[in-house]
Write a protein that binds this ligand. Structure first.
Ligand code: AMP
Length: 599
């Protein structure tokens, strides 16, 4: 049976899990951490850094450090969400092809899919190193409220990373799987998932291995970063009142302020008050100025109260849409780092009138659930069934700028719906279909998924052609459209004018670049290993030499000294061929010195 990994590709942190005999386990990264920051940076020497190593250098290399990229994936550059993110990050966000958004760092432009792929590659490597084999099959999680474009873009990121994404599942659903997989009985669950960048809520009913999502909702622009921003603004405004300077205008100062604000927020989860100190944050009249400000939990709660209210309103609607009351919900599971804030926990408990549960660590539960689903997909003996729903209604634009709804939100997926189209003019040869996702009656207020042109319609009087269009949503929540001329039975050609993702050509180019990068990276890794090996033997020879000096001839001594000098030179250049050559000579010297020492 193939191994499948589960990846939680988070806004702030990512996590990878595998299914072992005893159940799903999180795989720690090389530093021993269970989660890896979803951060990609480019160092001065052009080297790509991902994870903790990228986070550590963020303050000094702010412009070349990309974070929160999940907020941008599958979005058009001119969307308000992208513009909001652009205003709050130190790296450059710019338009890419098709009006989508891209980013720029390290002197290069990237699509958002590529940056996400860099993070996925790191997660794949962590899992492959742990399993001792190259794993490709994966289940990736996305916020339940991700639309078609965001899901397609996530899947493409997986392709670029060399992963075979066998399923995309919703984060709250994954959490329920991890939490509920081991528990029996009929239960209604609500998963409240507040992460770094997004808020998701799902209501599920679980019984005997069948998990059915009943309703789901959320906000892809509500998360921990918004809590941080409130603290940033509060501290920056207090500083401005005191010193007349706006720290948010200085990229490096803003980055330091961001880190300090997030730390303060996290500390306020278990402390009543925190002291924020940022020495040398600015200079005025050639004098350094320090930021020193205390923040109480009460003040913090005033700053973020409306964000918590927004979450609670969404939960109320989602429970309503499931035709339940909060009393019908047996268990509330909290997921996502931001649910550690006591005010969030209290609001949830007040709403449901019961204590919440945490299946395990809120940062890990989503990846664990993805691994559970991955295992169920490859294990034919598994009787676990996951029935998920589409988070948004799918419709088509009709005359007068209105929408005709074809698949309502919360319909179980996969699903499909057929709709017949005809012509309105004599001999009309093409019909345009505008596909939309969203809940508004007004076409303009929905997300445009694509404009499809049904062309090559045979000449006929108006209203005669009968073209059947099938709208499909697959198990990943991704939409596909097919058309058939009912009179002739022929498939109609469809061209997509606005696509959610990358063209095949671009995708192939990015896959090629990744393969090249991996070859170089492998060389880098093997050079590094060789370097450590040479360094180790060099050290041993140095240690053994003094006691052997009296026994060996002066020619032998000089030969060994030459080898040591050659090793030093090779370690300086890090040239693989040189390192290899000197490693052999060093090992010989080490062996002969060793045998002398053992005589
Ligand atoms: P996630 O996307 O689930 O990794 O959640 C990340 C978010 O959780 C970030 O905004 C973190 O600042 C936030 N977070 C992590 N630990 C805490 C904590 N102790 N208190 C409040 N928020 C936290």
């Amino acid at each position: 049976m193939d191994k499948v990994i589960g990846i939680d590709l988070g806004t702030t942190n990512s996590c990878v899990a595998v299914y072992e005999n005893t159940g799903p386990v999180v795989v720690p990264n090389r530093g021993g951490y269970q989660t890896t920051p979803s951060i990609v940076a480019f160092a001065d020497n052009g080297k790509r850094l991902v994870g903790h190593i990228a986070k550590r250098q963020a303050v000094t290399n702010a412009q070349n450090t990309i974070f929160s990229v999940k907020r941008l994936i599958g979005r058009q550059f001119d969307s308000p969400e992208v513009q909001k993110t652009k205003a709050s990050v130190p790296y450059e966000i710019k338009p890419a092809e098709d009006g989508q958004c891209g980013v720029s760092a390290g002197g290069r432009d990237f699509t958002v899919q590529e940056v996400s792929a860099f993070i996925l590659m790191e997660m794949k490597k962590i899992a492959s190193d742990y399993l001792g084999e190259d794993v490709t099959k994966t289940v990736v999680t996305v916020p339940a409220y991700f639309n078609d474009a965001q899901r397609t873009a996530t899947k493409q990121a997986g392709q670029i990373a060399g992963l075979d994404v066998i399923r995309i599942i919703n984060e709250p659903t994954a959490a329920a799987l991890a939490y509920g997989a081991s528990k029996g009985g009929n239960r209604n669950l609500t998963v409240f998932d507040l992460g770094g960048g997004t808020f998701d809520v799902s209501v599920l009913s679980a019984s005997e291995g069948v998990f059915e999502v009943v309703s789901t909702s959320g906000d892809t622009f509500l998360g921990g970063a918004d809590f941080d921003n409130r603290v940033i603004d509060y501290l920056a405004e207090s500083f401005m009142a005191q010193h007349g300077m706006d720290l948010r205008e200085d990229r490096v100062a803003l980055q330091r302020l961001r880190e300090a604000s997030e730390n303060a927020k996290c500390e306020l989860s278990f402390k009543r008050t925190v002291e924020v100190t940022l020495p040398f944050i600015a200079t005025k009249d050639a004098q350094p100025i320090h930021l020193q400000q205390s923040l109480s939990r009460g003040r913090f709660e005033e700053l973020v109260g409306d964000l918590v209210d927004r979450c609670i309103d969404i939960v109320k609607n989602t429970v309503d849409e499931a035709n339940m009351t909060t009393e019908d919900v047996h268990e509330v599971i909290l997921v996502g780092g931001q649910t550690r804030t006591p005010m969030v926990q209290q609001a949830v408990e007040t709403l449901f009138q019961k204590p919440f549960s945490r299946g395990s660590n809120p940062d890990e539960i989503v990846a664990l659930g993805a691994a559970v689903q991955g295992q169920a997909l490859v294990d034919e003996t598994s009787d676990m069934l996951l029935l998920d729903v589409t988070p948004m209604s799918l419709g088509i634009a009709t005359a007068g700028g209105r929408v005709s709804r074809l698949i309502p939100k919360n319909t179980t997926i996969p699903t499909q719906k057929k709709h017949s189209f005809t012509t309105v003019h004599e001999n009309q040869s093409a019909v345009k279909i505008i596909v939309l996702q969203g809940e508004s009656e007004q076409a303009a207020d929905n997300k445009l998924l694509g404009e499809f042109l049904l062309s090559g319609i045979r000449p006929a009087p108006k209203g005669v052609p009968d073209i059947e269009v099938t709208f499909e949503i697959d198990a990943d929540g991704i939409v596909a459209v097919r058309a058939k001329d009912k009179d002739t039975g022929k498939e109609q050609s469809i061209t997509v004018a606005v696509s959610g993702g990358l063209s095949d050509a671009d995708l192939n180019r990015m896959i090629g670049e990744r393969e090249e990068y991996e070859i170089n990276q492998k060389q880098d890794d093997s050079t590094q290993e060789l370097f450590y090996e040479v360094e180790k033997v060099h050290q041993k020879v140095l240690e053994l030499l003094p006691s052997a000096e009296a026994v060996i001839t002066s020619d032998e001594l000089h030969a060994i000294m030459d080898v040591l000098a050659e090793a030093k030179a090779a370690m300086n250049t890090r040239d693989q061929a040189q390192l290899k050559a000197v490693h052999g000579k060093l090992s010989e010297a080490n062996e002969s010195l060793n045998s002398i020492a053992n005589q």
